[in-house]
Structures are given as structure tokens and as C-alpha cells.
Design a binder for this molecule. Structure first.
Ligand code: PMP
Ligand code: GLU
Length: 411
């Protein structure tokens, strides 16, 4: 039986605990906890009458808007190269199904890649990421691993990354694409956090380095906090290989989901055209994610925990190794035991690194900081507009909860 995805499972568990009256700090789920701008809600309402299925790959308007979005990021794109779907998760699965061969993943990497490969009956090979940034394997380790993996067919890269909250450097992405190209791999570039680099810089796209064999996936779940609206999009490479893969993906789509809900395509067309109000909204979200992730990072480092500084999105991947002797005295010697202790003894919900393919004995957990912005839309708007969101009472209260938990855990 396929297990419930760890991210969705912890979200439901933590919400159930809260409903039951437990005080739980929700750092378990990467849902961008921000409200829907009125103009975007109005687009959706206006499109409610669109009840036809429409073309499988998406409407001409949505595909043209996506092509413009990619072109403005230096990737010349024709609308024919685009495919929409209910979430990029569905596209990732369709890609893993459609592309031949086994799946090479960075280790750690987002929970669903390995699970989707297993569903598709494929083997996975995890290659460690370097210390500086995650989402892209170490190029030398990748080259070595591929020598013993003749059936490897595709490599998934996450730039910016979930779970580490970092952005691989351009030379690192280039080196890995070079290795992948030499071995004839296809690259699946998961760029769903691409708009959320805290500095506002552009993240390097693998499609710049291996243009003819890189498929980019993205969506509006993170940048616009529209996860529940399920808007995902893929850009296939130009050329014969990309055209064949596009035909294969639309074939799969036609048999599984038919098309992205038509009103959602209207939303996608509006957002991906990037009018000024959308750009400003995403810029504000980026500032908020950065400020809160940095404040949470400061709590971990103050407690003596190692952690890469956050650069993008809303994740941290702290490593409690420096506290191993203290934790061992409390019976904590794996990432899962650490996550369980944080939740059951200290009311802090996180996911163990093992869920992301990391070694079970590693004392690493994934921390998502995007549900700290408030429990009401009013508070979330205030967080978004604040110059110092970490000082808002509801954010500061969560930081204090975490501080107390880490102090108690240190013993
Ligand atoms: N990739 C990564 C790295 C993610 O964190 C997520 C989170 N949901 C997704 C893909 C899928 O997002 P969606 O299906 O909402 O587009
Ligand atoms: N991607 C988010 C996470 O890593 C949650 C949504 C999902 O996994 O589908 O927490």
C-alpha cells in the first residue's frame, strides 16, 4: 500500500491536535500561509462560468502567459512548449512515468519524488548534496554514482530547494548539468520556489545549462500561496525530444486529469502575465518569508544547532548533531525520535530528515516557517505589510515557543 505523503500527513495531524486543544507550533508543512489578493479572487469569480474542459495542455491564453513568464526569465518559450495541470505534483509524476529509466535524486530531497518513482515502478538513487546548498547533488559524487547506474534515466533538481531552503550556485548547477548531459540523462528542474529567492535574485535554471533535455516545472502554490487551487505548469524544451515528450505528457494528462480546471487557467493567465500588483504581492511575500525564516534560523543557531542560513522559500534543515550526547541521554538517537520528541514533549511539529531520503540516524529535521504568519486573513495581511514581522505578537509568540522547546530539549 502506498503510504500517506509525510507532508500532508503531518499537516492533518497537527491541525487535529490543535482542534483537540493541544498547543502545537506548526512547523511541519510547506503551505505558504498567505491570503488571496482580492483581484485574484475576482479573476476566479469572473471565470466561474467557464465550465468546458478545454484543451488538455491548457487554454491558448494561459499557455501564452506562461511562455511570456519563462521568456522574461531568459528561457525563450513558445506556447506549444507549455502544459498546465492540477498542481506541479501531477506533472512531476507524469514526467517520471513518461521518461525512461531510473530516477536520480539529490539527498535529501522533497518527499514526493521518491514516492512517485516507487508508484511508477522505478528505482531511485540518492546522491548527497554539498554542505553549501541543497537541491542539486555534489557533481563528483553524481559522476561516481552514475558509473554504477547504467539504468539511470532522469535527474531531479530542486532550485531553490525544499527541504534546505537554499539556492544552488550557478557553477554548481552547471557542473551537474554537464555530468547529466554526458550520461544522456533528462533533467526535471523543479522551480516551484523560483520566485521566492529572498534577495530577489534569479535562481539559476538547469534549462540554461542543458536546454535540449531539461523540463522545468513550476506553479502558483508557493509564490502566490494558491496551493489549494492546484495550478501547476511545465515548460518542455524546444526541439524534437521536447515535442515527443510533450505529446507523451499530454497523452498521460488526457487519460488522468483531462485538463487544469478552466477557471484556474484564467487565474494562471492573469498571474503569469505579471501585472504590477502581482509583482508587488510576490515581492512582499518574499520579504516576509525571508524575515521569518531568518528569525527561526536564529533560534536554532542560538541553541547550538547547525543550520544552513535560509536563502529562498520557507524552509530550514537544522542538524542537531552537536547536541547528540545530550539527546542520547534522553533516548533520542534518530531524526524520527527527534521529531517525535519535539512534538510529543515540546509541542513543535517538524518532519524527520528520513522523510526526505536522509539517513535515519542523522539528527536532522525539516522545519517549514510559512504557517507562522497568523491564523486569520487580517493577521496574515498585517504580516505581509509589516517591516518587522518577527516582532508581531503572533510571530514573536511562536518564536518564544520554539526557544522554550529548544532550551528544554538541550536539558
Ligand atoms: N515541488 C516541491 C519541491 C514542493 O515543495 C512542492 C510542494 N507542494 C511541490 C513540488 C508541489 O506543489 P504543487 O503540486 O502544489 O504545485
Ligand atoms: N510541498 C509542501 C511541503 O513540502 C507541501 C505540499 C505537498 O507536499 O504536496 O511541505
Amino acid at each position: 500500500m502506498t503510504a500517506y505523503s509525510a507532508t500532508l500527513a503531518i499537516d492533518e495531524e497537527l491541525r487535529a491536535r490543535r482542534r483537540a486543544g493541544e498547543k502545537v507550533l506548526h512547523l511541519g508543512f510547506g503551505e505558504a500561509g498567505l491570503p488571496v489578493p482580492a483581484a485574484v479572487a475576482a479573476e476566479l469569480a469572473e471565470a466561474a462560468g467557464r465550465n468546458g474542459y478545454g484543451p488538455v495542455a491548457g487554454s491558448p491564453e494561459a499557455r501564452a502567459a506562461a511562455a511570456g513568464f519563462f521568456a522574461r526569465r531568459g528561457l525563450a518559450t513558445e506556447p506549444e512548449q507549455v502544459l498546465f495541470a492540477p498542481g506541479s505534483k501531477a506533472l512531476l509524476y507524469a514526467l517520471i512515468l513518461a521518461l525512461p529509466g531510473d530516477v536520480v535524486l539529490p539527498r535529501p530531497s522533497w518527499v514526493s519524488y521518491a514516492a512517485q518513482a516507487a508508484l511508477a515502478g522505478k528505482r531511485t538513487l540518492g546522491v548527497p548534496v554539498p554542505a553549501e546548498a541543497g537541491g542539486v547533488p555534489d557533481p563528483d559524487l553524481l559522476a561516481r554514482a552514475l558509473r554504477d547506474a547504467p539504468d539511470a534515466g532522469m535527474l531531479v533538481l530542486t532550485v531553490p530547494d525544499n527541504p534546505t531552503g537554499t539556492v544552488a550556485r550557478p557553477d554548481h548547477v552547471g557542473a551537474v548539468c554537464e555530468v547529466a548531459g554526458r550520461h544522456g540523462l533528462a533533467i526535471i528542474a523543479d522551480e516551484i520556489y523560483g520566485e521566492l529567492v529572498h534577495s530577489g535574485a534569479r535562481a539559476p535554471s538547469p534549462a540554461e545549462y542543458l536546454p535540449e533535455r531539461t523540463v522545468v516545472t513550476t506553479g502558483l502554490s508557493k509564490s502566490m500561496a494558491l496551493g489549494g487551487w492546484r495550478i501547476g505548469c511545465a515548460r518542455l524544451p524546444a526541439g524534437a525530444w521536447g515535442e515527443r515528450l510533450h505529446a507523451e505528457l499530454t497523452g498521460i494528462a488526457s487519460e488522468i486529469w483531462s485538463s487544469l480546471a478552466a477557471p484556474m487557467q484564467a487565474v494562471a493567465a492573469h498571474v503569469l502575465a505579471e501585472p504590477p500588483a502581482i509583482r508587488e504581492h510576490i515581492a512582499a511575500a518574499r520579504r516576509l518569508h525571508g524575515a521569518v525564516a531568518r528569525a527561526v534560523h536564529a533560534e536554532f543557531t542560538a541553541a547550538g544547532v547547525n543550520c544552513r542560513p535560509p536563502e529562498a522559500g520557507f524552509y530550514l534543515y537544522p542538524d542537531f548533531e552537536p547536541l547528540r550526547p545530550r539527546l542520547a541521554r534522553q533516548g533520542i538517537d534518530t531524526g524520527a525520535a527527534l521529531a517525535a520528541a519535539l512534538l510529543n514533549r515540546h509541542g513543535v511539529g517538524v518532519l524527520p530528515g528520513e522523510a526526505f531520503g536522509d539517513a535515519p540516524e542523522a539528527l536532522r529535521v525539516r522545519v517549514a516557517t510559512s504557517l507562522l504568519y497568523g491564523d486569520t486573513d487580517a493577521r496574515r495581511w498585517e504580516s505581509l505589510r509589516s517591516d518587522s514581522p518577527a516582532g508581531l505578537p503572533w510571530v514573536a509568540g511562536s518564536l518564544a515557543h520554539l526557544r522554550d522547546a529548544l532550551t528544554a530539549l538541550r536539558g
